[in-house]
Design a protein around this ligand. Structure first.
Ligand code: SAH
Length: 358
């Protein structure tokens, strides 16, 4: 059975060592309780005197570890019940000279697309480093009491540089704390997760990789676009559009067939579509831009390699967006059938494929 109790402003005693009780303290503090960590003898004397004076009687006593003394724990439980306080037991946090680092993929932003392993790592974290691409609104609840460090870009501010992120991760782990580096999508898909792995290895810090749902596949899916489809596309190539492609690369991309999925490609899109056409790709090749996938503000624009440039000034697409180029785009059923803007863009730009808008 699970009960929820509002502990705001209530006195909570946590019996345990400072290191073992640290997460419990953080969690109850995050819930608004007035928390004190005490050893078992002190807990007993607080409870006994509160029993006599009835002043500031604790509401809850949490026994994390009573220095391995089961009798002391039982005595605290009895003393708590004598004054009408609830008591409970919770496992103490592991105490190690080195904490554990989890490099966690948080999926494309919707909390429902996080894995159970991601949520478990967050629930056990002492520290969470996050940025704007991963799910963020719920972090305080998923990692109650953890130190939260925003390393992402906020308007007007630069992101924390990668080497500083790595320094923070290693620093906290070497203090014995468990660290989660929460990232958007999958940590090993344009996520610099491998650089963080290298930093952990170099510092002798143990780590785990928690894969995530990558935007390369899930954001097209949010718009109803499969990256493969039998007899239409039997491969997909995921590229970063962060920097423009060379002519040689454009030749390969145009020649490979299958689906081309471009991440970080909004800025270089005009260069990409011009280059693909120069390299022989048909101007009629369908192209979709899916912005802010899995959010309430998701916008899908369906066009073609030849037509999309004209559309850009009016559309002004913004990052984060996934661009999909390939015949699979025709498989999309327009999910935003109610969104006149999305329909208009699809119809204007892709008249031959107007079935996409229905
Ligand atoms: N590791 C991430 C990718 C990081 S690169 C992953 O596996 O998904 C950042 C790029 O991912 C963005 O520029 C954008 O192209 C894409 N992206 C991530 N989340 C997105 C979202 N919710 N909607 C659209 N594009 C997204």
């Amino acid at each position: 059975m699970q009960l929820s109790i509002d502990l705001t402003g209530r006195r909570v005693l946590v019996v345990g060592t400072p290191a073992g009780a640290r997460r419990i303290l953080a969690r109850y503090r995050a819930a608004g309780a007035r928390v004190e960590r005490v050893d078992a003898p002190i807990a007993l004397s607080i409870l006994r005197s509160a029993g006599m004076t009835r002043v500031d009687v604790p509401s809850l006593v949490v026994i994390a570890d009573a220095a391995g003394d089961a009798a002391a724990g039982a005595a605290v439980t009895d003393a708590a019940s004598a004054v009408g306080a609830w008591s409970t037991r919770e496992d103490p946090a592991p105490v190690r000279s080195r904490g554990h680092v989890s490099i966690v993929g948080g999926g494309p932003g919707d909390p429902d697309l996080m894995t159970l392993a991601a949520r478990r790592a967050l629930a056990e974290a002492d520290v969470v480093l996050f940025d704007r691409l991963g799910p963020q609104d719920g972090i305080a609840g998923w990692a109650p009491g953890a130190e939260l460090i925003d390393v992402g870009k906020t308007p007007g501010h630069h992101a924390v540089p990668q080497d500083e992120i790595e320094r923070l991760i290693v620093d906290r782990a070497l203090r014995g704390l468990d660290v989660v580096r929460l990232k958007g999508g999958d940590p090993f898909v344009f996520g610099r997760g491998s650089e963080e792995v290298r930093a952990c290895r170099a510092a002798g810090v143990p780590f785990t990789i928690v894969p995530g749902v990558t935007s390369a596949v899930s954001v097209p899916a949010a718009a109803g676009i499969p990256v493969t489809h039998r007899e239409v596309s039997r491969s997909f190539t995921v590229v970063s559009g962060h920097a423009p492609f060379s002519d040689e690369e454009l030749g390969h991309l145009a020649g490979i067939g299958g689906t081309l999925v471009v991440l970080m490609g909004v800025g270089t899109l005009p260069h990409l579509v011009a280059g693909l056409q120069r390299a022989g790709m048909s101007a009629d090749m369908p192209l979709a831009i899916v912005e802010r996938g899995w959010s309430d503000a998701q916008r899908t624009t369906v066009s073609s390699v030849g037509a999309v440039r004209e559309l850009l000034p009016r559309l002004a697409p913004r990052s984060p967006a996934v661009i999909v180029i390939g015949e699979v785009v025709r498989q999309a059923t327009c999910e935003n059938a109610e969104d006149p803007e999305s329909i208009a863009h699809a119809v204007d730009a892709l008249a031959p494929y107007s079935d996409l808008t229905t």
